[in-house]
Design a binder for this molecule. Structure first.
Ligand SMILES: CC(C)(COP(=O)(O)OP(=O)(O)OC[C@H]1O[C@@H](n2cnc3c(N)ncnc32)[C@H](O)[C@@H]1OP(=O)(O)O)[C@@H](O)C(=O)NCCC(=O)NCCS
Length: 149
């Protein structure tokens, strides 16, 4: 798994030989990029939805903890949409954007894109979700979010 904690922006769908159905976003932070493997499949051989939810949660938490400047926990998944299936070999990129900031909590909108490396290379948004995280202290109690630097 590649985890870029510096919020790299990225546009790999501009690879010249790729048939691009959608462009990867350039206005949100790339949080993680990971390959879907056979170990992540369900009994039908497709990628297990729980695996994708896990990647989305990890991606959102990376965005959240950067803003919280410390530990965060997931308190709620407000929405989760599986728009398209994910297949073995797809390269999944999760992008996140903070959409709401409270006193101790913040919500991240996460979008996951799949780059399919078949005969027709394509890029497609497969999932989007809204996940809320709470900043916690060393006793796991909610703590106020710091001012944005
Ligand atoms: C997250 C946790 C620390 C919150 O503790 P709490 O005593 O309920 O805290 P509060 O009631 O003061 O709420 C804290 C913040 O969470 C928000 N929150 C609580 N429940 C929420 C929900 N269902 N949806 C959205 N936000 C919620 C509150 O609005 C508040 O935000 P604000 O301070 O920005 O207004 C506690 O519920 C917890 O530890 N949960 C388990 C987290 C975890 O283990 N996650 C991983 C799952 S395996």
């Amino acid at each position: 798994m590649i985890v870029d904690e510096n919020g790299a922006h990225d546009a790999p769908c501009s690879i010249s030989h790729m048939t691009t159905r959608e462009k990867l976003p350039d206005d949100t932070d790339l949080a993680i990029r990971v390959m879907a493997t056979p170990a992540d499949t369900n009994s039908f051989g497709d990628i297990f939805g729980g695996w994708i939810m896990s990647q989305v949660d990890i991606a959102g938490s990376i965005i959240a903890r950067r803003r919280a400047q410390g530990h965060v926990v997931t308190v709620a998944v407000n929405s989760f949409l599986f728009k398209h299936p994910v297949f073995v070999g797809d390269l999944i990129s999760c992008y996140g954007k903070i959409t709401k900031v409270g006193r101790t909590s913040l919500t991240v909108h996460v979008r996951a894109f799949a780059e399919r490396l078949g005969r027709q290379h394509e890029c497609i948004q497969v999932t989007e979700a809204d996940v809320t995280y709470v900043a916690v202290d060393e006793n796991r109690r909610p703590r106020p979010l710091p001012d944005k630097v």
